[in-house]
Design a protein around this ligand. Structure first.
Ligand SMILES: NC(=O)c1ccc[n+]([C@@H]2O[C@H](COP(=O)([O-])OP(=O)(O)OC[C@H]3O[C@@H](n4cnc5c(N)ncnc54)[C@H](OP(=O)(O)O)[C@@H]3O)[C@@H](O)[C@H]2O)c1
Length: 254
């Protein structure tokens, strides 16, 4: 995001607990300074759907509008339609756009829920048998968000941002095997086994999102990338190919 906005010569303030001034969702006293002389905000809450989140987003959006913010772009999640967080942003009185992505492809190299380590070990394990997801490349999410922040024509739109195909984890493992040129297995596990595995890995994972998904659902492909940007989304294969070249999933890598 940052790199994309800077390339467009857009001045940016990072709203982070480590930013200057610092911003924290859980410390409302940090919000006014973070919003000072800000015109547009990319609203990303790490705990979308958690009990206090909609209230925080509502209070933040109201404060942002009062501080002079003219446009809010909210990131939520694919399938989380008409959420209370979305309604809060839509009713703040600013221009707004909602970006609802599927699972990020980048989770696989970010060690999201231990994925990077599992892939290095050659055995992906999750508590799914049938569920399929339309994995989206974070580059596409960032491009949609930047377009919504900087261009006209996106006000009042909710973009469901997914990749071009819906894949279950057996299919995901096959793609990794083909592209990495070594066997990557997929082993469905129980929720309890998954939690134990994550705990063994020392992963700071929040498995709530995984468990909330319905294992019978094959997530539909949506067309938000095309609608917002006028081109198709990147595939999971292209992501795996690009990242494989960095060695991130090599068994011997750190
Ligand atoms: N990962 C996925 O597959 C996926 C799929 C669909 C939707 N989403 C949504 O996308 C968003 C980002 O997901 P993610 O997996 O990238 O999340 P994440 O890595 O857990 O967190 C994103 C950022 O939230 C910031 N943060 C955490 N606590 C904060 C606080 N109290 N105040 C201010 N900032 C705080 C952190 O920045 P600092 O440490 O710099 O403060 C962190 O960089 C979430 O809303 C999630 O629901 C994710």
């Amino acid at each position: 995001m940052l790199e994309r906005l800077r390339r467009r010569h857009v001045p940016v303030r990072i709203g982070s607990r480590r930013g200057e001034p610092p911003f924290s969702w859980t410390d409302e006293s940090t919000w006014v300074a973070a919003l000072h002389e800000i015109d547009r905000v990319y609203v990303l809450h790490p705990l979308i759907g958690a009990p206090d989140t909609a209230d925080q987003v509502a209070r933040f959006s109201t404060k942002a509008a009062a501080a002079g913010v003219s446009r809010l772009v909210l990131l939520t999640a694919h399938g989380y339609d008409e959420s209370p967080e979305q309604q809060a942003v839509e009713s703040a009185g600013t221009e707004w756009t909602i970006v609802r992505p599927s699972w990020f492809a980048q989770n696989f190299d970010d060690d999201f829920m231990g994925f990077r380590t599992l892939l290095r070990d050659g055995n992906l394990t999750l508590p799914f048998r049938h569920a399929a997801f339309a994995f989206v490349d974070a580059d596409d999410i960032a491009d949609v968000a930047v377009a919504a922040l900087t261009e006209s024509g996106h006000h009042g739109k909710a973009y469901d941002v997914t990749g071009p195909e819906s894949l279950d984890y057996f299919e995901v493992a096959e793609r990794f095997s083909q592209i990495l040129g070594r066997s990557i297995r997929y082993t469905p596990v129980t929720s309890e086994q998954f939690v134990d595995r994550m705990s063994d890995l020392g992963s700071p994972s929040d498995p709530g999102a995984v468990f909330a998904a319905d294992d019978d659902v094959r997530e539909a492909v949506a067309h938000g990338v095309n609608e917002a940007l006028g081109h198709p989304p990147k595939s999971l294969d292209s992501y795996i190919t690009t990242m494989a070249a960095t060695g991130v999933w090599n068994p011997a890598a750190d």
